[in-house]
Design a protein around this ligand. Sequence first.
Ligand SMILES: CSC[C@H]1O[C@H](OP(=O)(O)O)[C@H](O)[C@@H]1O
Length: 346
Amino acid sequence: METLRWENGTLYFLDQTLLPHETRYLSLTDYRAVIEAIKRLAVRGAPAIGAAGAYAVVLAAVAAAREGREGFAARVRAAAAEIAQARPTAVNLRWAVARQLRVLDIAAGEEPEKVVARLVAEAARICAADAAANRAMGAYGAALLPPGARVLTHCNAGALATCGYGTALGVVRAAHAAGKIKMVYADETRPLLQGARLTVFELQQDGIPVTLITDGMAGYLMAKKGIDAVIVGADRIAANGDVANKIGTYSLAVLARHHGVPFYVAAPLSTIDAAASDGSAIPIEERDAAEVTSFAGVAVAPPGTRVWNPAFDVTPADLVSAIITEKGVFYPPYNFKDNQEVLPIG
Ligand SMILES: CSC[C@H]1O[C@H](OP(=O)(O)O)[C@H](O)[C@@H]1O
């Protein structure tokens, strides 16, 4: 199942707000519609958001080209600035937009149609590299798991969150292919239920054993049944290894440390923000109260309930057993500032 596809000037992607009960592809030709789709999590997951952002810049360039050569680059830059702000935490969005702006710089002075073609090629490279990175990450991560592994994951860091195969679920897929997975426990992941709706859906589609739990069950699961590893994705990793990921990740890391369970983060280098010295520099998106006062869209809390709804939290690097990337596994103490592989973002 493809998360997103570019075809004849149109960006198609699965509307993830409708999964698992409805499979519907959106077809977008306006970059502003892509921004809205990112904001409402129709497309979501750090690498997938980056890829969508890269194609949104293409759509902006197509529109800018229609207005002629004069002021073309300025119009694309203005749109790119809007696109980069669609969601603040996943650094992949800013990173992908920065990659497209670099193409714009390189192509300065070329006919707009040629620039558009270059931007399409760069967006395709971003997607292909992401899918390849996930398979490399999967192999590195699978090697860390014991035979008969019972794994706990949070939110959805699967194919739906990327350009294919997944990050945390990429490790699960590779380990399953090696016959190493006994069970995957998936946190439902309130408030938007990416675990219940998307991770369970993906793993069932692939015939990988999965058990759904509520977020509050994670500690008792470790105490009662035993877990061999917690594996999660990431939205932004600071230079010191602090990890921003879906809200509830930090709690899992504390529980894992208490129970002596390895806590692994699987993420491509495009999720590392070397300019953020530590987690305090990572912007945490706060979302609408209605997401918390309702369950699957049905109001549960009294009207007017006061809410705090951070969509992410930050796990300190000292609780992260290893960071699995396409370039290998990193162990503490983390220092990505000096890692030449880490891609700088504009
Ligand atoms: C492979 S990155 C997935 C990452 O993104 C999710 O957030 P959201 O669903 O709000 O886009 C979550 O933090 C996942 O770990």
